[in-house]
Design a protein around this ligand. Structure first.
Ligand code: ADP
Length: 449
């Protein structure tokens, strides 16, 4: 059992992990940059270590600084949160080489799933349905053109190393292939250091449905149903819900079992998310995330489990605390991601929080590292809070979200809260009738103030 763990992250996710550790009787070590000296995760942890200057590359991504912080404090394990080093196989290897435990999957699993071509190939072999497309990488424009004709337009060209919505370009017709192919390649090269790309059929009106899986690392695995994350802007999630409004219990059981079996087969350890596009009753694998997701709380709400607690247990070598039969859905949950951004252009707006008041009451969870007087540093992601509501059914979750948004006060900076007020007036949102393109189309005709 661990006595002390280090959290290699900041913001709300660092608090999330500190809370789980404390409930398990484990001490926590926060690391922080000089821009985060006054951050809430530093205040809330049992100990803290400054690991470098503000830029992420010199602090939260500095492997030597993080390993040294473990050695100085005697932390036995590292929780990476999401983003930063959470899907860096090299980091995991170094952590293990130093006799520390990484709270997450093995370096090998992270490496396989971090390369989208290898991930797709692996999943295909494990019986997971994939988007039709090229068999592996497409090295030349001529081959890309040939494949475009074969698969049929529109197609999407994706960098195998891509992520966060970067390194993807759609070609609506053969005319657009050259531009899309070259742009995806150069973006792959400049942002991710790898210019290999592959091609997929571009699905026109799919939903983004992802399956939460959990493995014990010894061939045991379960699924915790789906999250619908179709409301996106620039391929980035904005609003997530579970269960998916359009997924039946039979579909959930079938795709869930396929996913759980796949990760059991490879002895996967810890939390993972298998992402699909869903169209006309069919699931198509796009990628796997080998970490805790931003939107994990909606799954926790409806299944009544603590996924971080479970991650720590499995890292300690203990069995999972639930079986598939224990996992029964109770109600409906929705998450709204609150960003410090100015609408309508979603421009990042760091600044000082003059007043913060979190909503409360039955079925309301606010995961945020804000406090009155907090200065949001300009160096990091603009996510400043996640409002998660849980109700008996979708309708009550929606009215609870409306009520909780009304109580939430974040003064001093612009936020995306008005977007959610506006979305809750929309019949399509209220009925759950939206695809991955709904939000961008809606934003074109609904300029937000
Ligand atoms: P990233 O790793 O950058 O998040 P993903 O492969 O997970 O990239 O895709 C992100 C989003 O891009 C999806 O949720 C979906 O909106 C869109 N997308 C990806 N592949 C396709 C496809 N084949 N057809 C249509 N949309 C796609």
């Amino acid at each position: 059992m661990f006595d002390k763990i280090l959290i290699a992250n900041r913001g709300e996710i660092a608090l999330r992990v500190i809370r789980a550790a404390r409930e398990m009787g484990i001490a926590s070590v926060a690391v922080h940059s000089t821009a985060d000296t006054d951050a809430m995760h530093v205040r809330m942890a049992d100990e803290s270590v400054c690991i470098g200057p503000p830029p992420g590359a010199e602090s939260y991504l500095s492997i030597p600084a993080i390993i040294a912080a473990c050695e100085v404090t005697g932390a036995q394990a590292i929780h990476p949160g999401y983003g930063f080093l959470s899907e860096n196989a090299n980091f995991v290897q170094i952590v293990e080489d130093h006799g520390l435990k990484f709270i997450g999957p093995t370096a090998e699993h992270i490496r396989i799933m971090g390369d989208k071509i290898t991930a797709k190939d692996t999943m295909k072999k494990l019986g997971v349905p994939c988007v039709p497309g090229s068999d592996g990488g497409v090295p030349t424009l001529d081959e890309a053109r040939k494949l475009g004709d074969e698969i049929g337009y529109p197609v999407i060209i994706k960098a195998t190393a891509g992520g966060g919505g970067r390194g993807m370009k759609v070609a609506a017709s053969a005319d657009e292939m050259e531009r899309a192919f070259l742009t995806a390649r150069s973006e792959g090269k400049s942002v991710f250091g790898n210019d290999e790309v592959y091609i997929e059929k571009y699905l026109t009106t799919p939903r983004h449905i992802e399956i939460q899986v959990f493995g014990d690392g010894k061939g045991g695995a379960v699924h915790l149903g789906e999250r619908d994350c179709s409301l996106q802007r620039r391929h980035q999630k904005v609003f997530e819900e579970a269960p998916g409004p359009c997924i039946t219990a039979e579909e959930r059981a079938r795709i869930g079992k396929t996913c759980a079996d796949a990760i059991a087969n490879i002895n996967y350890a810890g939390a993972g998310t298998i992402e699909f596009l869903y169209e006309d009753g069919e699931f198509f694998f796009i990628e796997m995330n080998t970490r805790l997701q931003v939107e994990h709380p909606v799954t926790e709400a409806i299944y009544g489990v603590d996924l971080v607690h479970e991650q720590i247990r499995v890292a300690e070598g203990l069995p999972m605390s639930f079986t598939q039969d224990d996992l029964v859905i109770n109600g409906h949950a929705i998450e709204a991601r609150i960003n410090a951004e100015k609408l309508p252009e979603f421009a990042p707006r760091p600044g000082t929080i003059s007043q913060f008041h979190a909503p409360g009451g039955l079925g309301v969870r606010m995961d945020s590292a804000l406090y009155d007087g907090y200065k949001i540093p300009p160096h990091y992601d603009s996510l400043i809070g996640k409002l998660i509501v849980h109700g008996r059914d979708r309708e009550s979750a929606l009215s609870r979200l409306n009520r909780a948004l009304g109580e939430l006060i974040i003064d001093g900076v612009d936020t995306t809260i008005p977007l959610f007020h506006a979305l809750l007036q929309e019949p399509d949102i209220l009925s759950g009738n939206y695809s991955i393109h709904w939000l961008e189309t809606w934003l074109e005709s609904n300029p937000l103030e």
